[in-house]
Design a protein around this ligand. Structure first.
Ligand SMILES: [Zn+2]
Ligand SMILES: [Zn+2]
Length: 345
């Protein structure tokens, strides 16, 4: 089959190669025909060497949907011909962490697909623990409609859940990229009354505003974020802040604009350490939650998509054939302000 292989020793780092089709290795595996996949910033992180645990000569890609073509003898829920969304987190469903819902820390899994085992930028993929790592796509949704369920949408929702939104809350989201936008649409579902989106990219901000889910936008290059936050919250600060940006000073902005006794949820990935200046936040009594997505709400998200309560179709701004995936990666790395996600067929 054709597959996009990461080769750290080659100059190009990635190459579309002909490799052996995947086979069932464990009774809980399934093989799927990949229908649509997407490029994620984490794929670029691997190529750029920021993910030390990434294996060399691995097939990249961890955000995809497909059709099941083969299942191991131990797979019970998932059947041949099922249309499925793949969870970016492989998890056994039975260990200490899985039982508590902390699947990102599964003792036998974690972020494996497209990192430590072959992923979805290929014609076929092997999915371990298929009964847990795959979610059936409702009949009224296409492979595209469900493309982001297992990664970006789950991450955005994870952020929204982190800040424990209560009905009527006035919250802020830092970052108007794909994850921030997914937090925006799901925060509304969870009951946020007012949403402010913050980003230094005006085009992205304008787009976020145009979607009709947020009430205010703040561009820190134009406005003083702390002053604006006071203005928008009766001087109290936001009832919850989701940090989905990972910029140089965005963590600092997050705790500064949060109301005393609120939750700051960090879904962003940073390239450098961040400072937690405890003397300055003494008495603010904040709760910080951080981490990689525990993507345990895939069925719930598929249900919201199926009922038309949310949609992530707006995220796909370019489409490519698998044959052109190397070119797609190049364009994704240097994407312009209007581009969000690329779909590969
Ligand atoms: Zn990803
Ligand atoms: Zn587990």
């Amino acid at each position: 089959m054709k597959a996009l292989v990461y080769d750290k020793n080659s100059d190009k780092k990635i190459e579309l190669r002909e490799i052996k089709d995947p086979e069932i290795k464990d009774s809980k595996d399934a093989i799927i025909k990949v229908e649509v996949s997407s490029i994620c910033t984490s794929d670029l992180h691997i190529i750029e060497g920021f993910v030390p645990r990434a294996e060399n000569n691995i097939v990249l890609g961890h955000e995809f949907t497909g059709t099941v073509i083969e299942t191991g003898s131990g797979v019970k829920k998932i059947k041949n011909n099922d249309r499925v969304a793949v969870n970016c987190i492989t998890f056994c469903g039975e260990c200490y962490f899985c039982k508590k819902g902390f699947i990102n820390n599964c003792e036998k899994g974690g972020w494996d697909l497209g990192c430590t085992i072959n992923g979805g930028h290929a014609e076929y993929a092997r999915i371990p623990y298929a009964d847990y790592s795959l979610n059936k796509i409702p009949d009224n949704l296409s492979f595209e409609n469900a493309l982001f369920v297992g990664d970006i949408l789950s991450s955005g929702y994870f952020g929204s859940k982190m800040i424990e939104i209560k009905n009527g809350d006035n919250i802020a989201i830092i970052g108007a990229g794909p994850v921030g936008l997914c937090s925006m649409i799901t925060s509304k579902i969870l009951g946020a009354k007012k949403i402010t989106v913050i980003d230094i990219n005006q085009k992205r901000l304008d787009f976020a505003y145009s979607m009709g889910f947020c009430d205010y936008i703040i561009n820190p290059l134009i406005d003083n974020v702390e002053e604006k936050a006071k203005e928008l919250t009766g001087k109290k600060g936001f009832d919850g802040v989701i940090e989905a940006s990972g910029g140089k000073n965005t963590f600092e902005i997050a705790w500064k604009i949060a109301r005393a006794n609120s939750v700051v949820g960090v879904v962003a990935m940073y390239e450098e350490n961040q400072i937690l200046p405890l003397p300055y936040m003494y008495g603010k009594n904040l709760t910080f939650k951080t981490g990689g997505v525990d993507a345990i709400y895939c069925d719930e998200l598929l249900d919201l998509l199926s009922k038309g309560k949310i949609s992530t179709d707006f995220l796909i701004t370019k489409k490519f054939k698998l044959d052109d995936i190397v070119e797609a990666y190049k364009l994704f790395k240097n994407k312009n302000d209007n581009d969000l996600k690329f779909a590969i067929y």
